[in-house]
Design a protein around this ligand. Sequence first.
Ligand SMILES: O=C(O)C1=C[C@@H](OP(=O)(O)O)[C@@H](O)[C@H](O)C1
Ligand SMILES: C=C(OP(=O)(O)O)C(=O)O
Length: 409
Amino acid sequence: MKLSFSQSSISKFKLHITGSKSISNRYLILKAQFPNIELSGLSDCDDTRVLHKALTTLKEKGDEIDIHHAGTAMRFLTAYLSSLPNLEVVLKGSKRMHERPIGILVEAMRELGGHIKYLGSEGFPPLKIHGKSLQKDKISIPASVSSQYITALMLIAPSFKNGLTIYLQSKVTSKPYLMMTAASLKSIGVEVDLQESHIQVHPKTKIEPKTIAVESDWSSASYFYSCLALMDQGEFELSTFQKNSLQGDSKVAEFYKLFGIETRFKGDSILISKKAGVLLPEKIELDLNDTPDLAQTIAVTCLGLNIACNLTGLHTLKVKETDRLVALKTEIEKFGAEVEISNESLQLSPKANLKESVSVQTYQDHRMAMAFAPLAIKVDLTILNPEVVSKSFPDFWEKIKALGIQQNR
Ligand SMILES: O=C(O)C1=C[C@@H](OP(=O)(O)O)[C@@H](O)[C@H](O)C1
Ligand SMILES: C=C(OP(=O)(O)O)C(=O)O
């Protein structure tokens, strides 16, 4: 899809963004255990739809569940299904999902008494799961590969007779996602104690009826921060967001101050604004260990603004929808800039005049498409396989069209 930009005469835009996929998927697993949770504002993205479908059409025996590209669905279901006695299912995903590691979680489930078999390569999906009643109350788990393994355990822990204490080995990655899980559990009345070295989740068999309104997705909002950063000036109103967000990616508001963007809250919306002529830094340095999903957005904003960047804390990027470090290097360099990557960092040496009419490969990764799209504000480009955005943000293209980004198939 070819993208170009025609400056719109409207300088103020109002957009609603779909629900957070991370919050949606946590509450779907909780609702499966506590049906008196009512949910509103669930994400309409693929990752939430596949999880919802799996949970609402679950059969006891012979079921085969395909969660496509959804990492959270794969990890959360591995734990949840293992904890349902008498269940026998195959859990599989896309080709890429079968390359994303799950051994740490499978080991933990086995230690807790779960029965899981690998149907392909050792340590990777697809899995054959025989549900069991899980009894232990303690487990140790490496925490530096994916926080989703730990969230998966936390979400089923209330059903354990004595709850579960999870000891965290090695440096914790994506920690705000664990805080989100703890907050989700607490919101329905489960007691959780989250410490540096361990997390204790107390048992719970019944909860009071509860209605949860899912906040919009801050990771999705990041692409509008990037659009505004690449425009001369403007103001966007994005809904629905709250000041004390459960989402770590709300940090985007702080990060984009570096690019001259101010964020204000107005009721349940955020107003993000940029004035003409703001002074920009020559270089930025950020540790994104807590917010890995913002890495692509920030790297491309820097590319468009001719700002050098040194992004660290990126060691999980190589096991996401694609190897995002290699994908970023390959695609950014097509525009004429230089990128150096290590196992956990990316350094961008920018280029003043970007190459025109580049075709950006998206590698089945929604965030590659959405991170590069705002660059159309600076230079015409083509995004290959634009439909990948539906993983987290199905109406992304309609929404950025409203800002003046023209699209030709
Ligand atoms: O728990 C979650 O909802 C998520 C955790 C993060 O993954 P890792 O913990 O694997 O970094 C994040 O990248 C992903 O998009 C969603
Ligand atoms: C990494 C992501 O998702 P998941 O791991 O849930 O597939 C993402 O949305 O950027």
